[in-house]
Design a protein around this ligand. Structure first.
Ligand code: SF4
Ligand code: SF4
Ligand code: SF4
Length: 472
């Protein structure tokens, strides 16, 4: 670019405040998250870019070399002003997550929800009413149809089966829900999409039903037979590997897209690469492996499971990534998502439409009992069987909407601010207010793995045909 380029090209935009200098063994990296722009440069070039970003008038006093550098960064958009991410403010869901039951056929040693044991607070085992589930389907299907007709890009409605227990313990209800949603889809002329999160301990009949009706499935599985049997025993105290293994083989053979979520404890962390190797070899249909360090809550507090050390988790994750790349398997950790720009970690701020077995509406999967003190923040309405409709608490929805990274001062200086977006509210805001948000041990993992995503993009080189560059 020539030195004669008109100065107003440089000065017409306000400086983007979102400019970071990251460092690794190769030197500094200039990173503009909102544009997802990144560049390696030497120290003088970085200094010139920062001086200009802080004060445009500094340009005049710069040397010719510095001005050239500044113009080069400017041409690539590093100083451009960009709109900050904003989550959807209007509560008009086109997807619902139904928790059909809090009963469970397993007793996982770290279960956040005390599955099968009423949340640990003596709550009764409950199955959702069909009436409640049907009205939830009606609501999202109607919204989806209207939104599609308005041209906002909506193409279907999504019924997600999840639970604070194993949802397929309420198999009869799930069948009714799916059949009903299929009828509504036909009536309204908009497709229904189904996904499920399950522990994979299913009967043959349930498996047949899943294969025939579900678009995608997430199976909670601890990666190696011994860990699975130890951490995820049946309610009768037996191992669950054989049943979960059968489910994943069947899903793969049937071509149902499925992912595995593996909860990593300190005892498992060194085996993460071996887990990748195992699942890649045994389940060829697997689309994604999700590693998440255990969070010490729920039943975990009563067991010997502890969270792995963050540095070790990062180290083993990066080793796992190399194994995943060999197998062309997508590997994820929830806090590292450089490809996403958002002001919220999950849908908690836009009133995620999640219905508990008792018909309560919660914005958070992990807060599903009225007896949980966190329900004061996350519950925002309930199903009223008399009125045959959901009743929403607008003030609660408004309060939930404030749970976003715009309002978290602790994250202001973090380069992951618009990717991680303040992390999981249930974990970091356990009983505290937003202004007290001070991150968690997860920040170290999120930052290290996000930096690694940036490094891999920067240092990407075309590979020989048949190999992949990136496991993510
Ligand atoms: S399968 Fe899920 S709900 Fe059941 S005990 Fe395990 S983690 Fe909890
Ligand atoms: S706040 Fe955390 S636990 Fe709750 S739904 Fe969001 S990610 Fe899940
Ligand atoms: S400070 Fe922590 S919680 Fe906040 S954005 Fe960064 S990594 Fe996420």
């Amino acid at each position: 670019m020539s030195d004669e380029a008109p100065r107003k090209d440089l000065l017409q935009e306000p400086v983007a405040p979102e400019l970071f200098v990251l460092r690794d063994k190769k030197g500094p990296i200039l990173y503009a998250p909102l544009g997802r722009l990144m560049a390696r440069a030497n120290e003088p070039a970085i200094s010139a870019a920062l001086a200009y970003a802080r004060d445009h008038t500094a340009y005049d006093a710069m040397s010719a070399d510095e001005q050239t550098v500044v113009r080069a960064f400017n041409e690539r958009g590093f100083f451009a002003s960009r709109a900050l991410p904003q989550h959807e403010r209007t509560f008009r869901p086109t997807q619902v997550t139904l928790f059909p039951t809090n009963n469970c056929n397993l007793r996982c040693t770290y279960c956040y929800a005390f599955g099968g044991e009423g949340g640990g607070n003596g709550e009764p085992l409950t199955t959702m009413s069909l009436q409640c589930a049907q009205r939830a389907v009606d609501l999202i299907a109607k919204n989806a149809r209207e939104r599609r007709d308005e041209g906002d890009g909506t193409r279907n409605f999504l019924v997600s089966i999840h639970g604070n227990g194993e949802p397929f313990c309420a198999y009869d209800l799930i069948q009714e829900i799916v059949w009903y949603a299929q009828d509504v889809a036909e009536e309204l002329g908009i497709p229904a999409v189904f996904n499920a999160a399950t522990n994979g301990v299913l009967t043959e009949e349930q498996l047949d039903f899943v294969v025939a009706n579900f678009n995608s499935v997430n199976v909670s599985f601890d990666g190696l037979p011994a860990f699975q049997d130890e951490n995820r025993p049946t309610a009768g105290g037996k191992g669950s590997f054989a049943a979960t293994d059968r489910t994943m083989r069947r899903l793969g053979e049937a071509g149902v897209g499925f992912g595995i979520r593996t909860t990593v404890t300190a005892a498992m962390v060194d085996s993460m690469p071996a887990i990748v190797e195992f699942v890649a070899q045994h389940y060829p249909g697997l689309e994604q492996l999700h590693f998440e360090p255990v969070w010490e809550c729920g039943r975990c507090k009563t067991s010997s499971n502890v969270m792995p050390d963050s540095a070790t988790f990062v180290k083993r994750y990066l080793e796992s990534l190399a194994v995943a790349q060999e197998h062309k398997l997508r590997l994820v950790f929830s806090g590292a998502r450089q490809d996403i720009l958002s002001d919220t970690f999950c849908k908690v701020s836009s009133g995620s439409f999640t219905v508990t077995p008792t018909g309560d509406l919660t914005a958070c999967y992990e807060v599903s009992y009225a007896s949980d003190p966190r329900s004061k923040r996350f519950f925002f309405g309930r199903f009223d069987p008399e009125r045959n409709e959901f009743v929403f608490d607008d003030a609660k929805l408004e309060a939930l909407s404030t749970l976003n990274v715009h309002n978290i001062r602790y994250c202001d200086d973090c380069f992951c601010r618009w990717h991680c977006a303040g992390d999981c509210a249930a974990k970091v805001l356990d009983g505290i207010e937003l202004e007290e948000h001070h991150g968690s041990v997860r920040c170290e993992i999120s930052r290290a793995l996000t930096l690694n995503q940036i490094q891999r993009k920067l240092d990407w080189k075309p590979q020989a045909e048949g190999s992949t560059q990136d496991g993510e």
